[in-house]
Design a binder for this molecule. Structure first.
Ligand code: DC
Length: 231
């Protein structure tokens, strides 16, 4: 189990869901429009993975991964205008988006002791402020009593197409490879023992397959207003 509950998570808006749903850009935009903080927790798992790979550690070696997590100082801003990540003072903003990190991050993020470290850091980073926090287990584990929980989904085909557009990939065979990568990562993220990807019982589920980014942002802002009123 992941460590004790946070002191106060009623000011958090949790946005969870698989890759390729447009989650990151939507979450950042919602934070901008509300004038509140934003935390990309996936970037933190990616930062740990970058360190694991740079040090030649096997991502499947739970003990070694946990050891790296224990000594890690991740620098990440909660200002939605700042997209900059450091580990132990070194800029890893670009490195954490590499295909190597993307391929290894699910194995690294399945290590329970590493998750405990990062979850504690996520709670510290957002303590005492209102923030949109984005990830896989935000509404279920990190902030279980968040003010509002959104679970963003889309069909596998729509997600692969979105990821391909982001990366500028047009070849059908390459798109198929991307789709397979997404499928494999989702399976690992959804079936792991510790904090698997799943919607919280009280999450508002939004299927973005047929929606533009603006439509999704507006749907979330409407949900924020509705939840604020009912408090
Ligand atoms: O959102 P992303 O694709 O950058 O996330 C990278 C990986 O990190 C993803 O495959 C699962 C993991 N992750 C997680 O386990 N828990 C989170 N709260 C966020 C991300």
């Amino acid at each position: 189990m992941t460590s004790s509950k946070p002191d106060d998570d009623t000011t958090v808006i949790a946005i969870d869901g698989p890759s390729g749903t447009g989650k990151s850009s939507v979450a950042r935009e919602v934070a901008r429009r509300l004038g509140v903080g934003y935390l990309d927790t996936g970037a933190m798992y990616r930062a740990l993975t970058a360190v694991v790979l740079a040090e030649g550690v096997d991502p499947a070696d739970g003990e070694a991964v946990a050891e790296r997590a224990a000594g890690l100082a991740i620098g990440i801003d909660t200002d939605p205008e700042i997209d900059n990540v450091t580990v132990n003072g070194q800029d890893v903003t670009e490195a954490i988006r590499s295909p190597e990190v993307t391929a290894a991050v699910s194995a690294v993020s399945a290590v329970p002791a590493a998750r405990r470290r990062l979850v504690a850091a996520q709670r510290r980073l957002t303590q005492g402020s209102t923030a949109v926090v984005e990830g896989r287990d935000i509404g279920t584990v990190v902030f279980p009593t968040a003010r509002l929980k959104i679970f963003l989904t889309a069909t596998p085909a729509a997600r692969a197409a979105r990821r391909a557009a982001q990366l500028g990939v047009v070849e059908p065979a390459e798109i198929a490879t991307l789709a397979e990568g997404l499928r494999a990562r989702d399976e690992l993220d959804s079936t792991r023992a510790e904090s698997p990807l799943r919607p919280a019982a009280d999450a508002v589920v939004i299927d973005s397959t047929e929606l533009s980014r603006e439509d999704v942002v507006e749907a979330i802002l409407n949900a924020v207003t509705a939840h604020g009123r009912s408090e």
